[in-house]
Ligand binder design. Structure first.
Ligand code: URA
Length: 434
């Protein structure tokens, strides 16, 4: 096979064979094919897209480019959950307690936050002592004994995707939907689950800014899942305003614990219960959405979801006194109020700007090896649809540096849009693709 022939074929919008795609990805991973040839191929894909077969084969080639996790020793149906990223997204933390309490194995590889979106591992590591560097043995044993384990991705899962993603980033080919779908799904398929529930976030704080493109991405990921014999459901969720009221690593742990104790915000609960219901359906723990919802509500009201979260934190070395008394986690030295400059109804809280304000406070990272300050963040006191009077508190900023708090203050003021007209709370679940 010759690389130029394959580039030529894609340029002419002809379908590549399974063998051609696997050969191309394998040799690119082995560095036998240079970046400039892969760049030309990516641009041809950008303009011509991928057929259904090409999409599946590209994903499989990337999945098989490195280690794959074998979770067959874990008893039961293992359902993974993945979010395409957001601001204030503490859904995984809450599902750990709920799904684990309902006796469904939840074995999840998670990432760190990058840019204005947060990462589950960073949030959990704000609990003193919490370890996410589990070996595969510890990971499997934990799920078999207490149903849940979360580990930072240490093994080389889908290295072809890592190389391709970096190349896409510098060749303006990141935003091609087939390439995004195969990138996300190659990592999910390499991490050994039986079924997948995808939270495809939509809005200013998400990768996908509009419902139409989010739906196309979801359809492609569901199609890849099905062609890989994994039951896959994608839920499109609203990420125009931050989810819940807390944004920032330890602040989000506190909100997750409050939710598990029965004090969850309606927007958070709606997303948690919808994603959780599909996880329970795939795991065959419930026969329909209504039954799944009752199981989850009961796990919160009878305390079993909260107790499972405590057990999980303890099992991974975390000091549970910080979960029991989560106020101790929120120890920023400065708390500044942001007051409304006018009266009316909250029409918009730009999620991206709020995420960037938390970054400006030191709570996020530009590069994966940057240090973060887990104690800083923002707590929203008013959400879209709420009425506010001039001078009332819109939000609180938690920081450790006056200059950074000043910067964040301006950003939070600009994130809020207040208008005289009354407005309904936004819909959280925008579509379900299965
Ligand atoms: N997240 C991924 O993992 N890959 C993409 O291409 C985009 C978002």
């Amino acid at each position: 096979m010759r690389v130029t022939d394959l580039i030529e074929k894609k340029k002419a919008n002809k379908e590549l064979t399974k063998e051609e795609i696997h050969w191309f990805i394998k040799n690119y991973t082995l560095e036998n094919i240079p970046d400039y040839q892969m760049s030309a191929f990516l641009m041809a894909v950008y303009f011509n897209g991928l057929s259904k077969n090409e999409l599946t084969e590209l994903t499989h080639a990337m999945r098989s480019s490195g280690d794959t996790l074998d979770l067959s020793e874990i008893k039961g149906i293992k359902v993974d959950k993945h979010s395409s990223g957001g601001v204030g997204d503490k859904v995984t933390l809450i599902l750990i307690g709920i799904i684990g309490a309902l006796d469904v194995p939840f074995a999840k590889m998670s990432g760190r936050g990058l840019g204005y979106t947060g990462g589950t591992i960073d949030k959990l590591e704000s609990i003193p002592g919490f370890r996410s560097d589990l070996s595969t043995r510890e990971f499997i044993d934990s799920v078999n004994s207490i149903n849940v384990a979360i580990a930072a991705q240490t093994t080389e899962l889908a290295p072809a995707d890592k190389k391709l993603y970096a190349l896409r980033d510098v060749t303006a080919t990141v935003d091609e939907i087939s390439l995004i779908a195969s990138s996300i799904m190659s990592k999910k398929l390499a991490s050994g689950c039986d079924g997948i529930v995808l939270d495809v976030t939509v809005g200013s704080g998400a990768f996908m800014k509009d419902v139409e493109s989010a739906r196309k991405l979801a359809q492609k990921m569901v199609e890849i899942g099905k062609n890989s014999d994994k039951e896959t459901v994608a839920v499109l969720t609203n990420m125009d305003e931050p989810l819940g009221y807390g944004i920032g690593n330890s602040i989000e742990i506190a909100e997750a614990v409050r939710t598990l104790k029965g004090y969850g915000m309606p927007d958070v609960l709606e997303v948690v219960y919808t994603l959780g219901a599909y996880m329970l359906l795939i795991a065959k723990k419930a026969n329909n959405i209504g039954e799944a919802r009752v199981l989850m509500e009961t796990a919160i009201s009878n305390g079993s979801a909260y107790n499972k979260f405590l057990e999980f934190v303890q099992n991974q070395g975390g000091d549970i006194s910080y979960v029991k008394n989560y106020d101790a986690l929120i120890n920023a030295s400065i708390i500044r109020e942001v007051n409304a400059e006018e009266s009316g109804y909250i029409h918009r809280i730009d999620a991206r700007t709020v995420g960037e304000a938390v970054m400006a406070l030191g709570g996020g990272r530009e590069n994966l090896d940057d240090e973060i300050d887990a104690s800083v963040g923002v707590v929203l006191n008013k959400k879209i649809g709420d009425q506010v009077k001039r001078g009332q508190i819109l939000a609180y900023i938690y920081g450790n540096d006056e200059n950074k708090v000043d910067t964040a203050y301006e950003m939070i003021v600009s994130a809020y849009e207040i208008n005289e007209e009354r407005i309904e709370r936004p819909k959280m679940i925008l579509d379900i693709i299965q």
